[in-house]
Ligand binder design. Sequence first.
Ligand code: ASP
Ligand code: MG
Length: 406
Amino acid sequence: MDLIVAKFGGTSVGDGSRIKKAAQSVVNEYMKGNQVVVVVSAVNKTTDELIGLSDEAIGAGLTDKQKAEIMAMGELTSARLFSATIESLGVKSEFIDPYNDLWPIMTDSNSLEAKIDFKTTNIKIEGIKRLVNQGIIPVVCGFLGKGPSGEITTLGRGGSDITAFLIGHCLEANEVIIVTDVDGVMSTDPNKIESARLLDEISVEEMRDLATHGAQVLHPHALKYKDPLISAKIINFAHGDLTSKGTRIVGPYEGEMLKCVSLYKNPISLIAIVGEAMVKKVGLFAGLTGCLADEDINIFGISAGQNSMTAFVDKSDSNKAYHLLHQFVVENDVLSSLSLGRDTAMITFVSPDIIDTPGIISDITEPLRKNDINIVEIISSQTAIVLFVDWKDGEQARDLVNEVLE
Ligand code: ASP
Ligand code: MG
């Protein structure tokens, strides 16, 4: 017996027959002996329409609190519709909205981009668990939260995905299924590149970067709550079948926790190459990475400036890499020289908060400055910040950065 959280996006409940098809797919899983919790978005473009109406009627005078309450009508309605449809198919169901005592998702008082109070939510989830164990299918409003004074809040546009993964996490569900209007995740935008193909599988890390870079399939913050043990997938509503394949979302990988700070075990050597107007020369990166790859040398990072490129390699590979790159430099007319630099410690800070926390880099670097630790290089991406400091400072720097995380 599996516990499944199935989230239906706006299009997948876009009209009466779609709602019926969706409810039937839930009932089918239930009949097989599985437990199902439904999370539902507002029907079609209801949220946009409600915003449009209030803009026209009220305009700038609309408060955030009023706006949240008006937008919430979308999910308040769809949850009732969905739940009643399940009952019409002969299975007990209950809609769960923020007015219900069993409502689990508690937030701060920010009406439009509310922050989730995970601890409280994790306790309150018991109510939903109890319903499920009684053989009832709960239908939970996506996107909504409940603030400190009992007021309705929202998790930000597209927030139903967050609801689904949050509930999946708290319930320790076996699977979270995102039912949407595409077959899954494509290798790129099929409207831009025709040969784009559907991916069978994508990792949480890749998916998160993709979502932040504009792919609309999933809210970028939803995967914060993706547990490695929970399977997850994105499927097309058109199949009317929750067992459809779509794209599986795997991970986060063992050891790569959602939030962590780690110090790489060996020193990392920096090899710097200098030359004239290197930014204008084609193929330098390819040349550098190619000659190391040929000898199976892993590159931990690369940084580049106008007149230099630096490769980061494990100290045990550094001599070999140094000789290979020397050959590359003498054979290339724009490159003039290279040097094997000092040994550094590599500290990796991984957190999904990097994408939306202003000042997070200074939070990390400030304690290092106070302790007189020099940062040799810093590389940052959507989900990781990698710092290189002198090898002797490694452990202290790791501990300081770790404090930021806690
Ligand atoms: N209905 C909300 C929106 O349109 C939330 C969601 O669909 O995820 O933004
Ligand atoms: Mg969406």
